[in-house]
Design a protein around this ligand. Structure first.
Ligand code: GLC
Length: 496
């Protein structure tokens, strides 16, 4: 079939500068494109594969709940349910000046945060793009890059008078990968996620590595707390909206955090913490159903993504949901249709055959295309992949994006429902602070989560409302650092 594809009718692909308002010529119309009926048949099959019924959702929620309980009971579980040593909620009266560093999925961000009390804050920040090479390069080098960026940031802020010279600032380090923690300023990386693979990091204390790089670059900062983006989001969202009980990230990765009663975290009973105290739990729920693959309905496309990833078997839930993978799922479906000779026959398809070339942002754009002709979709395919499309194909691609996006949102609802149900929040209701590119930019993602919650819980599902969260890895991390200082100064669990 590959030969047929290269046997191009028109010969050359359209020029790369094709604009969004591109109009097809009659010559292009004559290409042997898929018929409307054929596309509809394919769509029906894919619909069956990607649709998750309410009954199936409820089964997933039950299994999820059990997994959460197991993670709290015993160390070393697949979903690790990490005790964060963030004790209880902020008062909103935390004050002070803090540095925050966020090593997340796509960017490195460094911030200067001023908490001014009464739930208010000011923030100055700089972002640095991480290259794919850095994500795979030696771990200490990655941390040294963080140290270097932070040094440049603090130097610039000292010069402008924002930071007082010779002052050592407390720092909150947001490192959004699963780390097992014995105390708040320590964390051993369990495994890299989101495509990172820097050697000599898994199994190491990332705070120690980060401190080394701060010393190397003489950065005037002292790491007070290590957090994850979800924990930071939980705390930052509660800081401004005390109804928030759960926080989720739907971005390059996907994860949740919530506040648990210490007495209900059996695996830390030996620490002798007051059982009625509260502690934030970083679920790391992206790992749900990893390795065993017993609970989630994976399609053959999901299996390919998993097997070709740098971490086969791992982050099974995340691979069906997060922004890192949705575009790739859609691309794999398209590639199969190309191989079958259903779409793009006679066109050169090499660009779309490159793994991860179909950005998840394209799905958002395709779903939100307001034109009858689907001009945005014409633009995406012609501009980025040098491919001509018929209206029937474009309608099909849009429907496909909807299936993939909707499945992600409904699975996300299952995760939220598991926490809600475990914690008994359904009757009283609760707010869920959510952040990440998928939640913020994918049209209808939040509505589909809400729809999913109603499918799971019935009308009561409406009591659970997600909202755009406060900046967890900047503000949240600074608040966590402030809370930690206050706790330790008061002599409360000073070694934790
Ligand atoms: C991945 C990380 C997790 C993070 C999430 C969202 O799942 O393992 O720590 O919270 O991505 O960024």
């Amino acid at each position: 079939m590959a030969a047929a594809r290269q046997n191009s009718v028109s010969g050359t692909p359209p020029p790369a500068h094709t604009t969004l308002a591109y109009t097809r010529t009659s010559e292009v119309e004559d290409l042997p494109h898929a018929t409307k009926k054929k596309m509809a048949d394919h769509l029906r099959k894919l619909e069956a594969m990607f649709t998750i019924t309410p009954q199936r959702m409820r089964m997933i929620v039950e299994a999820f709940k059990e997994t959460l309980e197991n993670g709290l009971a015993k160390p070393g579980q697949v979903v690790p349910m990490i005790p964060t040593y963030v004790f209880g909620w902020p008062t909103a009266d935390e004050t002070g000046e803090f540095l925050a560093v966020d090593l997340g999925g796509t960017n490195l961000r460094v911030c200067l945060v001023r908490l001014t009390g009464g739930g208010k804050f000011e923030i100055t920040q700089s972002k640095y793009r991480l290259t794919e090479e850095q994500k795979q390069d030696d771990g200490q080098k990655l941390f040294d890059f963080c140290g270097e960026c932070l040094k440049a940031f603090t130097d610039a802020n000292i010069e402008s008078g924002e930071i007082q010279k010779d002052k050592i600032l407390p720092l909150g380090f947001t490192f959004s990968y699963p780390c097992s923690q014995d105390r708040i300023d320590h964390g051993e990386l369990i495994r890299w996620t989101k495509g990172f693979g820097a050697p000599n990091t898994e199994g190491h204390d990332v705070v120690a590595m980060f401190r080394k790089s701060l010393a190397l670059h003489s950065v005037p900062a002292e790491v007070v707390a290590l957090t994850c983006d979800t924990t930071g989001t939980l705390i930052a969202s509660h800081y401004v909206n005390p109804a928030t009980k759960i926080a989720c990230i739907f971005g390059t990765g996907c994860n949740a955090a919530y506040m648990e009663r210490v007495g209900d975290i059996p695996k830390i009973a030996h620490l002798g913490i007051d059982p009625n105290a509260e502690m934030a739990i970083n679920c790391e729920w992206g790992a749900f159903d990893s390795f065993e693959h017993e609970n989630l309905p994976r399609t053959k496309y999901d299996v390919i993504i998993d097997e070709k990833s740098n971490k086969p078997g791992e982050q099974a839930f995340e691979k069906l949901i997060s922004g890192r993978y949705l575009g790739e799922i859609l691309r794999l479906v398209i590639c199969q249709l190309i191989d079958e000779g259903t779409v793009f026959l006679g066109q050169n398809t090499y660009k779309i055959e490159i793994a991860y070339s179909f950005d998840t942002a394209f799905l958002s754009l395709m779903e939100s295309d307001p034109t009858d002709e689907l001009l945005m979709i014409i633009g995406i395919f012609s501009h980025f992949f040098a491919l001509e499309t018929t209206l029937a194909e474009r309608q099909f691609f849009r429907a496909l994006a909807k299936l993939v996006g909707r499945r992600a949102a409904r699975l996300s609802a299952c995760g939220i429902a598991a926490i809600v149900s475990k914690m008994g929040y359904l009757d009283e209701g609760c707010a869920v602070g959510a952040d990440g590119s998928l939640y913020n930019k994918y049209p209808g993602f939040a509505d589909r989560i809400h729809e999913g919650l109603v499918d799971i819980f019935g009308e009561k599902g409406r009591n659970i409302v997600t909202h755009h969260a406060e900046d967890g890895s900047g503000i949240g991390s600074a608040i966590v650092a402030a809370m930690t200082k206050i706790r330790k100064d008061a002599g409360l669990y000073p070694d934790l």
